[in-house]
Write a new protein. Structure first.
Length: 69
């Protein structure tokens, strides 16, 4: 997994309607990426929603993480 940041500037996220810095918080945005696995049923899918699964494929992903501290 790769983490980069913090990204310069304010995160482009509407999370509050007041300035978090005025109450002592800092908002930072990071970029996280890596390889994600998908899964498939390894047998019959029962009516109870519980069944065995196995890794099926993988693909790269990138997402953002906004941290308030």
């Amino acid at each position: 997994m790769k983490l980069s940041g913090p990204v310069a500037g304010q995160p482009g996220l509407i999370s509050t309607f007041f300035d978090l810095a005025s109450v002592g918080y800092l908002a930072e945005e990071y970029i996280v990426g890596g390889e994600a696995c998908s899964y498939e049923a390894a047998g019959p899918a029962g009516d109870d929603g519980c069944w065995q699964a196995r890794e099926s494929a993988s693909a790269p992903f990138t997402t953002r993480l906004v941290v308030y501290r």
